[in-house]
Ligand binder design. Structure first.
Ligand code: FRU
Length: 457
């Protein structure tokens, strides 16, 4: 087999020369979208974890900047969020300035008899995000735990509002909720979990309101990443829909089931993790980015000198489905005519007895392909990347992933497929079902062939 091209994706963000994992500190401020990310400035595997930084004005092209929060001999800067402190609650800003404040996890390895610890810390920027200073009073929230991380902070309410933090107690499979007037003093208000998928640690929570499409009603969505134990195996992201009263999140329904497919998943593929949303996105949009890899093999994917990419930016909305259930729909922010990206939009039948295969290949006659099957009898969509090119770097990589067709899906299913070198994103059934999959073909997968009624693919 020829060595993989591992051509860098065109519209999916990659760090120029290094490793990346979770998106951090997603923030829109002053016309600029900020994407921070977990990175190793010195290598292409996980380690020396620091916050990298990139900016965009169109959510498609990203300009990588200097490291925002470097690791130090004392701590790595684990995942977290960023806010624009427009009311200067923390007091970092001088007259006429707005401080951008990052809330990150200080991950310290224990020295001597000291146990390792994870606590929440601040760094701030007074120049719109170019340079960052660690707050001298760090950490601001320390409960003496070594598994307490990934704070997502947002402003709740109007001028008399306050800051809310969702943060995980990872091993307990619990999201803790804290509030603060000033980003420094935090009071614990409640917790949520364990619930639904608990086969791994909980990480990278997010909490945000959304209007139910076509109504004036609002619900809150709690995002929880899980590693391992996700629907497709390894790491993945689940969500809960419910209410938030400023202190406590209450899920609308907790399903009494241990079947993973009965829970709500942000993605049914192998490569969508640690997804979180932008603070302060304009026009009330809720925009998310996930890390397009999986902890099962993230260190091994055959690319160089970069490793791992972000997903496209996705806009999420909340829909009431035919079975009464509230579910997220997703839609990517698509690039214009960018060389190297293929976008396919098709609608295929899914009546009983009907099966359609969508085969993504290079079109040059080699045998590499990614196969999507829409099965009207099984009422399912599957995505098979077992023959998608280089798959041998990890026994966990070649996979056939699966999602049930959502309730209310009629006799047809619409699919939007984005193929961008090493990443394929599939949005099906109005965006109710998505698959994000890495592929390492020897030639880019740019050709889509549709075959009806084939039973054995
Ligand atoms: C999720 C995660 C976070 C942690 C970060 C470290 O992928 O494990 O929980 O903060 O990665 O890089």
């Amino acid at each position: 087999r020829p060595t993989p091209t591992a051509v860098r994706p065109a519209a999916h963000f990659t760090a120029a020369e290094s490793w990346l994992n979770d998106p951090n500190g997603l923030l829109y401020h002053d016309g600029v979208y900020h994407l921070f990310f977990q990175t190793n400035p010195h290598g292409d595997t996980w380690g020396n974890i620091s916050w990298g930084h990139a900016v965009s004005t169109d959510l498609v092209t990203w300009d990588e900047k200097a490291i925002a929060i470097p690791c130090t001999p004392e701590e790595m800067a684990f995942s977290g969020s960023a806010v624009a402190d427009v009311r200067n609650t923390a007091g970092f800003a001088g007259p006429g300035q707005t401080a951008l404040v990052a809330i990150y996890t200080s991950a310290r390895t224990g020295e001597g008899s000291r146990p390792p610890s994870q606590s929440q810390s601040l760094a701030f920027s007074l120049d719109g995000g170019s340079t960052w200073t660690r707050y001298a009073g760090n950490p601001v929230l320390d409960i003496g735990s070594s598994e307490f991380r990934d704070p997502k902070v947002f402003w709740y309410g109007g001028d008399d509002g306050y800051w809310v933090m969702v943060v995980v107690e990872a091993v307990e499979r619990r999201v803790a909720i804290y509030t603060s007037p000033d980003l420094m003093a935090w009071t614990r208000r409640s917790s949520f979990g364990p619930a639904h998928a608990v086969g791994g640690v909980w990480e990278c929570p997010d909490l945000f309101p959304l209007r139910i499409r076509g109504t004036d009603e609002t619900r809150w969505v709690l995002i929880v990443s899980l590693n391992p134990g996700a629907i497709a195996g390894g790491s993945g992201t689940q969500y809960f829909v419910g209410d938030f009263d400023g202190n406590t999140f209450t899920a609308e329904s907790i399903v009494a089931s241990d079947r993973l497919e009965d829970f709500d998943w942000l993605d049914y593929g192998r490569d969508y993790y640690a997804a979180v949303s932008f603070n302060d996105a304009p026009d009330g949009r809720r925009l998310m980015i996930g890390w397009a890899s999986n902890w099962q093999y993230a260190d091994l994917t055959p690319t160089s000198p970069w490793r791992s990419a972000m997903s496209l930016v996705r806009e999420v909305e909340l829909d009431r489905c035919a079975d009464g259930r509230l579910r997220l729909t997703q839609r990517p922010v698509l690039p214009g005519e960018t060389a190297g990206i293929e976008v396919f939009e098709v609608t295929v039948p899914c009546t009983d007895g009907e099966r359609t295969s969508l085969i993504l290949s290079s079109g040059t006659g080699n045998d590499e392909e990614l196969v999507i099957n829409v099965d009207g009898s099984a009422r399912s969509i599957t995505c098979d990347r077992t023959r998608s090119g280089e798959v041998s770097f990890s026994a966990d990589f070649p996979s056939v992933d699966w999602a049930p067709l959502p309730a209310g899906t009629g006799d047809e299913v619409d699919l939007l497929i984005v193929a961008d070198s090493t990443i394929v994103e599939i949005y099906a059934a109005g965006g109710l079902v998505t698959f994000t999959e890495q592929v390492f073909p020897s030639e880019p997968l740019i050709d889509l062939r549709i075959e009806r009624g084939i039973g054995d693919r």
